[in-house]
Write a protein that binds this ligand. Structure first.
Ligand code: NAD
Length: 431
């Protein structure tokens, strides 16, 4: 390295552990009920049990075993019913946690807000664009607090990313990348069918309401993510998390202008509607966002990266790495390959004379989240606090609707083999 040039960016001593918000214990206890106590509903009840100012006073599910699992998950002997409407009639219930399948969100959320309840609804907020708009309208009409359930926006690592972006340390961001990759049956939603599943234990007719009628199908009940009548495939399951993290870090809170997807179904040919690999390029007003999710190779794992003129920010696992770009002036070397030795020497002598100062190597900073931190607990705590104070939540209906629209655009493009274009005037996707 020539005299005066700087070393490549160096690592700071060790990662700094970020401070995490603790659940707020002030204020009265928020009385809530939980609708849908399957995989995620049980997780949310376990998380909610750790938030001191919340109290679950009932659950509802259409499947007997999930009803019991929900009560077990909360760890208290709470009433559980099949028909959630009886829970919404309870006047002293403030809020509802909704963790039904995606295509059921609209009906359940509308019923909740019409009953005057605040709602925490799992991601993706909507099953299609029209559902999302109907939900936003109803939530705003009834002046309800709404939190969409992409919990990473409550993770201190994404808050740190937002802080670094806000401070301008990345400079102008023009490229963002994200992926979530897996390679297992479970990662591709081939979930086991519970041995007691039957039309007696599952109220299939009610479950299917708002979707095309069909005979009892246990695979569709347990593996609904694979089917377009109920889920949105990889985009609705996983892009939504990447996109909510990106929205949180960048402050972007809008639908993308365009999306173009491609992908393939190479392994999980089990009758599903969705590909097991999808890759999408989005245009967010000049910022290119490049996402993919693969269910056939987990080597890349999960990552979100923001690249700006002044720095790069990469979140992988529990660690955020920020590396400033080395933008100090440097003498040209490549194009001098064709210069004669005497002219080269003259160029370097003059260059170093004109740039006598030494530059410090830019330091890479790393941050980790505290051990044992659970962003679902923090996200529910943020919701309960807003229910009490009527202050804003971290992931309201506009934020949640925008991430969901981006997921729907990815699928629209994939299935139509054409770019999906967001039309803000009609609030619809056009090809
Ligand atoms: N935030 C996350 O990390 C995360 C993780 C997993 C799932 N999710 C989301 O959570 C939601 C639920 O997913 P899941 O994996 O738990 O699905 P699941 O099928 O395991 O559970 C859904 C439950 O909802 C019940 N249900 C459906 N309609 C109902 C109704 N009208 N009344 C009462 N109960 C009803 C079903 O019987 C079922 O038990 C989905 O929106 C999913 O995308 C989010």
């Amino acid at each position: 390295m020539a005299a005066g040039a700087v070393a490549p960016s160096a690592f700071a001593d060790k990662p700094k552990t970020l401070a995490a918000d603790m659940p707020d214990t002030s204020g009265r206890k928020i009385r809530f009920v939980s609708i849908g106590t399957g995989i995620r509903g049980c997780d949310l009840l376990r998380a909610a049990a750790k938030v001191p100012n919340g109290e679950c006073v009932g659950t509802a599910d259409l499947y007997t075993m999930h009803q019991k699992a929900g009560v077990e998950a909360y760890g208290k002997d709470i009433p559980t019913v099949r028909d959630y409407r009886s829970l919404l009639d309870l006047k002293d219930v403030d809020a509802v946690i909704v963790a039904t399948a995606d295509f059921q969100h609209r009906r359940v959320v509308l019923d909740c807000v019409e009953a005057g309840k605040d709602v925490y609804c799992e991601k993706p907020m909507s099953h299609n664009v029209a559902d999302g708009h109907a939900m936003v309208d109803a939530i705003q009409k009834h002046k309800r607090i709404f939190q969409a359930g992409s919990q990473r926006v409550s993770n201190p690592i994404f808050k740190k990313a937002a802080e670094i972006v806000k401070e301008g340390r990345l400079g102008q961001i023009n490229l963002i990348e994200g992926y979530t990759d897996r390679n297992s049956d479970s990662g591709a939603w081939v979930y086991p069918i519970a041995p007691d599943a039957s039309p007696e234990t599952i109220d299939w007719k009610t479950w299917l309401r708002d979707a095309p009628d069909r005979p009892f199908d246990e695979a569709r009940f347990f593996r609904w993510r694979c089917f377009a009548d109920y889920g949105e495939g990889l985009a609705g399951d996983l892009y939504v998390h990447l996109l909510s993290g990106i929205q949180c870090a960048t402050g972007i809170n809008a639908a993308p202008n365009r999306a173009f997807s491609m992908g393939s179904l190479t392994h999980f040919k089990d009758g599903r509607d969705f590909p097991d690999l999808i890759a999408t390029l989005y245009d967010y007003n000049g910022v290119t966002v490049n996402l993919h999710c693969n269910q056939n190779n987990d080597a890349p794992g999960e990552m979100t990266a923001l690249y700006g003129k002044e720095g790069s920010l990469i979140i992988k696992g529990n660690t955020l790495t920020f590396t400033p770009q080395d933008t100090h002036p440097q003498p040209e070397w490549y194009s001098l390959n064709g210069w004669t030795a005497d002219l080269k020497k003259k160029y370097y002598d003059e260059w170093w004379a004109a740039h006598p100062q030494k530059y410090d190597a830019p330091l890479t900073e790393t941050y980790t989240i505290p051990q044992g931190f659970d962003d679902s607990v923090a996200h529910i705590a943020n919701f309960f606090r807003a229910v009490e104070t009527r202050e804003h939540v971290l992931e309201d209906e506009i934020f949640g609707n925008n991430t969901a629209i981006a997921c729907h655009m990815a699928n629209h493009s994939y299935f139509n083999h054409a770019a999906a274009v967001w039309d803000p005037a009609s609030k619809t996707i056009k090809s």
